[in-house]
Design a protein around this ligand. Sequence first.
Ligand code: 2PG
Ligand code: MG
Length: 448
Amino acid sequence: MASGDLTRGRLGMTGIRSSEIAGVHGRRIWDSRGRPTVEAEVELRSGLLGRSIAPAGASTGSGEAVDRRDGPRDATAAFAGFDVTGAVGAVNGEISAALAGMDVADQTAIDATLVELDGTRDRSRLGGNAMIATSMAVAHAAAAAEDVPLWRHLCGSENGALPLPEIQIFGGGAHAGRRLDVQDFMCIAVGAETFGQALDWTAEVYRAAGELLADAGRLAGIADEGGWWPSFDDNEEALHWLIRAIERAGLEPGEQMAVSLDIAASEFGSNGRYTLACEGRALDTGEMIEKLEGWIARFPIVSIEDPLAEDDLQGLRTFTERVGHAVQVIGDDALVTNAKLVREAAAAGACNAVLVKPNQAGTLSETRAAFDAAAAADWGAVISARSGESEDVTVVHLAVGWGAKQLKVGSFARSERMAKWNEGLRIAESLPGGGELPPRASFPWGRR
Ligand code: 2PG
Ligand code: MG
């Protein structure tokens, strides 16, 4: 739809409340890595708008919805081939035409229309980026039509609840030049009583970690999600420094502030072989599991994501069997926010929690299905942003509205991350509990 139509719709129909979609407008904007991304605006006949922006991953699972990029993926191409004019064109053309006239309140029917229109298994025709931006914009427009915040629209008559934040302190892997093999060294404020207190504590740990690294001449920069990019000699060193930072912040490791890791093992492992470049050695699945078990025994680790590669289901199973009673074992690359894969993994005993990233699925309804599959299996669920982000705060509303209990959006720096933590603080003010966190006993680490 042309922008002229948008203006005409807005001015011509002012005052008319209708949840009928007039059209969808796509535009190319820029993400936190300075790469093009898709923004979609769903406009209603009433003139109300819902807007959302597609995020982008760097360490992606092979089963994810695929972003549509112009290509070719070549350093000499414009924006190294990452441009999204095709995906934006799909929003303005086919998607807008298909959704015009639909009721924005019927997210299920709209998402089914998008899936059918795309017609591919991996969403490559319209583009996962075009689809998720549209699908999330639909939810925002539906909330606008109801005149409520998105979280309220999503939880209906239930009371929303703030999630426990999982916040990156050191970044490695694909987000920091692979200086460390492990991708995310994170903190979880397991002893915090409110969302605000969890952020207060994490701010102190983030600051302490930066000061410690700078004093020791080990600070190499900032990773993609805002965490410190350290120059450590091996992965385990990062764990020691993280504990030191927690202590320097005046917090008790394990009791108040625990450690969480995203190993992102598919980035350095396949076929049962894990090449730890920064340690200069390769491990088989058994050795990798032993290494992680050693870390769990020596450090206050409560959650580990992608401990083994996406093609190592047996390894994930063995690992879950050995540590799953006490530690949250999250599947990201292996489960790619896919309800069927979550059900299969739960039946096989591989993992006990899922990372929920809307753009892995392609639509909000499919994202919700994966979340529901996790709940049905009595699994945990962590709503997550991507390493390529923007000012879009939809994931925070999903976590609150769906009662997800946990939220991961990267570190405690850079506005694309802080926009989300800050949105949580705003929402906390409107909740009856004022941002009270779920009780410790409701998490796997609280039950050991
Ligand atoms: C992950 C995410 C977020 P990316 O692996 O969990 O940290 O990274 O968006 O690059 O997949
Ligand atoms: Mg991950």
